[in-house]
Design a protein around this ligand. Structure first.
Ligand code: CUA
Length: 152
């Protein structure tokens, strides 16, 4: 009788151990493969960090982080400014449909997909007003969807 109790106890411990192993393997498997595209809930963009506070901020000398939300038909923030020679890390998501994110005259050109976070960095070496345009058809006012970054 005592033997049976110990056997049961042993089996329970074995299952607990296997369970812990399984759960940790599962959790590790769920980790995003890279920073490039991780998932967020597109219906909760305005409550999800960092998109609850769109804007541009300095993170180091001549280095900026721009958190942006694309929507039909515009981008938030609607204007940004950085000094010449700055590298800007753009982190962008969409709160509705697929939009584009293109800065003509640079190699920045990416899709912004609802539920995903898209990231691209660019160093602005020449002063000027750079338009950020939507190049994915997203509705009636698609061609007016733009924002700009002033480099001076
Ligand atoms: Cu947004 Cu086209």
């Amino acid at each position: 009788r005592l033997e049976k109790m110990w056997l049961t106890f042993g089996l329970v411990m074995l299952f607990v151990f296997l369970g812990v192993l399984g759960v940790s393997a599962f959790a590790m498997g769920l980790q995003p493969p890279s920073e490039h595209h991780h998932m967020i809930d597109p219906t909760k963009v305005s409550e999800t960090a960092p998109f609850d506070k769109p804007g541009i901020q300095k993170v180091a000398d001549k280095e900026y982080e721009a958190v942006m939300v694309a929507f039909a038909f515009g981008y938030n923030p609607d204007k940004m400014e950085v000094p010449v020679g700055s590298t800007v890390h753009f982190t962008v998501t969409s709160q509705d449909v697929i939009h584009g994110f293109e800065i003509p005259g640079t190699n920045v050109n990416m899709m912004v997909i609802p539920g995903e976070v898209s990231q691209v960095s660019h160093k602005f070496t020449k002063p000027g007003e750079y338009l950020i345009l939507c190049n994915e058809y997203c509705g009636t006012a698609h061609e007016y969807m733009a924002t700009k970054i002033v480099v001076k």
